[in-house]
Design a protein around this ligand. Structure first.
Ligand code: ATP
Ligand code: MG
Length: 139
């Protein structure tokens, strides 16, 4: 294992419901450290660009509408095995299948409005971090 960085997005359903603090608390309790953070309202172009890999999926339009509905909180998390560790803390994409104690089990409504995003590989983490943060934000 190695020290890694991963990208987290606290999604619109979670900012609307004032769950930002609760989610950040679970992240910190897991041992991951928040090394950069920013609240922003994504444009359709930003959301579509970020989720470009899903553009052929039937839910793409719905996903872009959802991600631009309200502000999000993007952050960079650092720690041992951070990519896999944060996926564990998030829980399964569908909150009905998420393990007890995970962010999605505790806060998410359904498979679409599932409160958080986390990078799914180290390679994607690098790309996603660069999408939102400049080198100078990440010293
Ligand atoms: P994320 O990439 O947001 O961390 P994930 O990796 O668990 O989530 P993906 O398969 O990458 O899941 O899907 C990206 C996002 O698209 C999901 O988090 C969810 O918001 C939305 N999504 C996925 N499947 C569906 C679906 N069947 N219906 C509606 N929205 C969906
Ligand atoms: Mg994904």
């Amino acid at each position: 294992m190695a020290i890694e960085r991963t990208l987290s997005i606290i999604k619109p359903d979670a900012t609307e419901n004032n769950n930002v603090g609760g989610i950040l608390q679970l992240i910190e309790k897991s041992g991951l450290r928040i090394v950069a953070m920013r609240r922003m309202h994504l444009t359709k172009a930003q959301a579509g660009g970020f989720y470009e890999v899903h553009k052929e999926r039937p839910f793409f339009g719905e996903l872009v509408d959802f991600m631009t509905r309200s502000p999000v909180v993007v952050s960079v998390l650092e720690g041992e095995d951070a990519v896999a560790k944060y996926r564990e803390v998030m829980g399964a994409t569908d909150p009905k299948k998420a393990a007890d104690g995970t962010i999605r089990k505790l806060f998410a409504k359904d498979i679409g409005e599932n409160s958080v995003h986390g990078s799914d590989s180290l390679e994607n983490a690098k790309r996603e971090i660069a999408f939102f943060f400049a080198e100078a934000d990440l010293l």
